[in-house]
Design a binder for this molecule. Structure first.
Ligand code: PLP
Ligand code: CA
Length: 303
């Protein structure tokens, strides 16, 4: 179709990109998989890139799983990816606490979120509570009712939480508003997410928005587009930003993460962004390149 011809034409310069890139950072949902299905041709494409000597890292804003949880997901999809190459926003939240020496404060974390955040906090030995355990609770709102809270909570982490409720919101509010110096950390602020193919679902932006609304505080965001993960990768692994290409399907997280941080960027249309949206006048975030999917992009020129 003419649309496809147009896409191929516009990605033509991308062939010149490979020699200039040592490292690919891949967003996960919409690039590698959609929900629980691997995108067709991805295993072969990753193998091809590895054979070319390219390094790759996988960065997802979805905080519901830990790095270990994602390793299992990659395995189940037939993708042979070491855990060290996977960076989830749950891991980023723990990495941020490590970077700021939170453990030495002797304080605890209150979690609005799911098991991924809890598993990452366990790995760094930071005490925490909340999460799924508070899923069925309601505060006492009868006459004289008050919700007691722990004055030793030094940080509230807010991640995607399918069991968020009024108890958790009030608990987070009390910690952030009443504990001096308590940090408000958001794993990510994605507005909507494709939990199913049928429609868009409220993303972690809605959970973070609830806590912003009652505290008036702005969170420290650790997921994309925050520079935290790229700084972590570059400092721990000695990567050169100028030779990294960020590949993602979302303009306001992935592509912004690339353009804000001095990386090359490639938008793929295999996820949430349509070509119409990318090229529309309202869009102000422009990737260096775009393609239907990375499978098309890294097409075998001899095939
Ligand atoms: N947050 C949630 C809850 C999700 O389900 C998803 C995608 O499935 C995302 C964030 C975005 O993930 P990614 O950064 O891999 O696109
Ligand atoms: Ca994505």
């Amino acid at each position: 179709t003419s649309l496809n011809a147009n896409v191929l034409k516009l990605t033509e310069p991308a062939k010149d990109l490979l020699p200039d890139v040592d490292v690919f950072i891949f967003d996960c949902d919409g690039v590698i998989w959609r929900g629980d299905s691997v995108i067709e041709g991805i295993p072969e494409t990753l193998e091809k890139l590895r054979a070319l000597g390219k390094k790759m890292y996988f960065v997802t804003n979805n905080s519901t799983k830990s790095r270990k949880g994602y390793k299992k997901k990659f395995d189940s999809l037939g993708l042979d990816v070491p855990a060290e190459e996977i960076f989830s926003s749950s891991f980023a939240a723990a990495a941020y606490l490590e970077q700021t020496n939170f453990k030495e404060s002797g304080k605890k974390v209150y979690v609005v979120g799911e098991i991924g955040i809890q598993e990452e906090l366990d790995l760094i030995g930071v005490p925490h509570f909340g999460g799924p355990e508070d899923g069925g609770k309601q505060p006492d709102m009868g006459p004289g009712g008050a919700l007691p809270h722990d004055s030793d909570v030094g940080a509230v982490i807010v991640g995607f939480d399918r069991n968020i409720n009024y108890y958790k919101i009030q608990y987070a509010q009390l910690c952030i508003n009443e504990n001096p110096g308590c940090e408000f950390i958001a794993t990510n602020t994605d507005a909507v997410t494709h939990l199913t193919d049928a429609q868009e679902w409220a993303g972690n932006g809605s959970m973070v928005g609830a806590i912003k609304g009652c505290t008036g505080q702005e969170p420290t965001v650790v997921g994309k587009p925050s520079p935290l993960m790229i700084d972590y990768l570059c400092s721990k692994l000695g990567l050169d930003k100028g030779r990294i290409c960020m590949v993602g399907d979302r303009l306001d997280t992935d592509i912004l993460f690339g353009t804000d941080n001095g990386l090359k960027s490639l938008l793929v249309l295999s996820g949430v962004t349509t070509e119409e949206k990318l090229l529309s006048q309202e869009n102000t975030i422009t990737p260096d390149y775009y393609a239907d999917s990375i499978v098309d992009f890294f097409v075998d020129e001899n095939a």
